[in-house]
Design a protein around this ligand. Sequence first.
Ligand SMILES: [Fe+2]
Length: 236
Amino acid sequence: MAVFDRLAQVNALRQGYESNGWALAQHLFPTEVVDSLLYQFQTDLGGCKEDYKGRWEKGPFTNAHCFESYAYDYPAQATMLWSMTPWMQALTGKELLPAHSYFRVYRKGDICKLHLDRCAAEQSISLTLGYSDDIEWPLWVSEQRYEDEVKKNVHGELLPPGQKLSFYKVPMKAGDAVIYKGMNHIHGRNDPNPNTWSAHLFLHWVDKNGPYAEHAFDGNAGTVVRKARFEFPETV
Ligand SMILES: [Fe+2]
């Protein structure tokens, strides 16, 4: 199956991403790996509101509170963002630095309102980690591209009503990822979540040589980017 030829997959994704601003990476992770990752998130952060150690938030684009986690609050999540950097560089052909990552668990009936991302999400991945009921919940991505000048006016806000847009509704199984330019393509999940819950990981990078390089490490470079120093006893 072609998607398991990873070099061919990267070439196809790179072409699609360059022409359309998004691409679907099917089977980016084996089901066993996303199951393990999600179980690790639940084990470390909690599986119910009473013991959840991450963030219980209602962000600007969600209609209800969700379980969330921010990469720089949870080292395993930051490590995953950093370790995906070579793959994302291969796919974009750019020298990238990681910016930030959010983990989110939506509930039944939730939506993610259609929006554009802030500048710290120049190149992004939306990875589906799991669905409680195995019902695919598509990511909507606009066919229209918004250039940076328009983006400066929209600035991460919801678009004014009445705009007619065409959307791709990208079906995603657990382990699938959509690579997208969230600053330039309006995106969200505008159908109510059909599952009791669904879990997603959002990973974002900036071009090290581009206009948004200051958002590398989401402003945490001073504390995160450090040189290690190992010390050994003088006698073994
Ligand atoms: Fe977004």
